[in-house]
Write a protein that binds this ligand. Structure first.
Ligand SMILES: Nc1ncnc2c1ncn2[C@@H]1O[C@H](COP(=O)(O)OP(=O)(O)OP(=O)(O)O)[C@@H](O)[C@H]1O
Ligand SMILES: [Mg+2]
Length: 311
């Protein structure tokens, strides 16, 4: 998977109200991979997808989709893209079959009964094919949206928050669908707020915050970095400094010397037992102990200070 199917270079987006939604975003997507763009509300995920798909104009920068410039060769670029938008835009009075058939027509492609049937079956919507969209549940409507995008037989499929408002069972069936599409060679780019979602589905993960790509990393590498926790140790008596016998870059003294915070990796050796016995040996009495997950914010700070990252 060395070939890049999507090249995004130095994309800036300033909205009319002078808000800078994207700042020099560069990103390469490998052919056939599942890439998760992870970031908080307002980070710029939907804006970036909108630019790639030609729905939003970039202020500067270039996008190359399967070798085609997304503006100069927009027809060719769009012919390989499928977009499943974050918002549910569907005509409630059309049937599922009509919705997908019209979508196929809008892509300028010839109707295919075989494709329609396969798509509806893949999405577990075959038994709903003659139902009107308004008769479907929210999760089914989301699958119809995916179906519309698949009617373009896209090489690259964008899923903008595919599991927002979707129950656990459906979420898993969505993940299975994504895996099936990948096995057929489709490149998938999905956005999410959830680390767990990125973790379960993606080959690589990009983290975006305040319009900037903070990191792009293989999932396995990133997950080992994300898997850190904090042990908060309340001390019986305030300490002026951390005794040399236990000094470590993983240990921070705060709260006027009453709290020690120890950062450790989950899975494998944590070093907690060793730390506690060293505290005891140094005659430092522990008042209470609690653990804390590393927040996304802290992960961002942590990762952006790490030189081993690549963009
Ligand atoms: N048409 C617009 N005009 C002005 N500002 C906009 C417009 N669209 C988006 N923005 C702003 O750009 C920023 C990024 O929005 P975007 O929708 O790309 O974020 P997002 O990462 O997709 O967020 P979410 O996770 O909530 O979907 C936000 O601050 C948003 O208010
Ligand atoms: Mg969004």
């Amino acid at each position: 998977m060395s070939k890049n199917i999507l090249e995004i270079k130095d994309i800036d987006k300033v909205y009319k109200n002078d808000f800078e939604a994207l700042k020099k975003v560069s990103l390469s997507i490998h052919d056939g991979e599942i890439f998760a763009l992870l970031g908080p509300n307002g980070a710029g995920k939907t804006t970036l997808i909108g630019i790639i798909c030609g729905l939003v104009n970039a202020s500067s920068g270039t996008v190359t989709v399967d070798g085609h410039d997304h503006i100069i060769q927009y027809r060719k670029a769009r012919s390989v893209i499928g977009l499943v938008p974050q918002e549910l835009y569907l005509d409630p009075f059309l049937t599922v079959t009509q919705t997908l058939t019209i979508a196929r027509g809008l892509y300028g492609k010839q109707h295919s009964n075989a494709l329609l049937k396969k798509t509806l079956e893949d999405l577990s919507l075959w038994d709903k094919k003659d139902n009107k969209v308004q008769e479907l549940s929210g999760g089914m409507k989301r699958r119809v949206l995916i179906g519309k995008a698949l009617m373009n037989e896209p090489k690259i499929l964008f899923l903008d928050e595919p599991t927002a408002g979707v129950d656990v069972e459906l979420r898993h069936s969505m993940w299975e669908l994504v895996a099936t599409l990948k096995s057929r060679g489709t490149t998938i780019i999905l956005t999410t707020h959830y680390i767990e979602e990125a973790q379960d589905m993606a080959d690589r993960i990009g983290i975006i915050q305040d319009g900037e790509i903070k990191i792009v990393e293989e999932k396995s590498v990133l997950m080992s970095k994300l898997g850190s926790k904090k042990l908060i140790i309340g001390l019986e008596h305030a300490c002026d400094t951390i005794p040399p016998s236990i000094t470590s870059d993983k240990l921070v003294l705060s709260d006027n010397g009453r709290t020690l915070t120890y950062t450790y990796k989950t899975g494998g050796k944590t070093g907690i037992t060793e730390l506690l016995s060293k505290l005891k040996a140094a005659n430092i009495s522990v008042h209470d102990i609690s653990t804390q997950e590393t927040s996304l914010e802290e992960i961002f700070v942590d990762l952006t200070h790490d030189n081993s990252t690549q963009k």
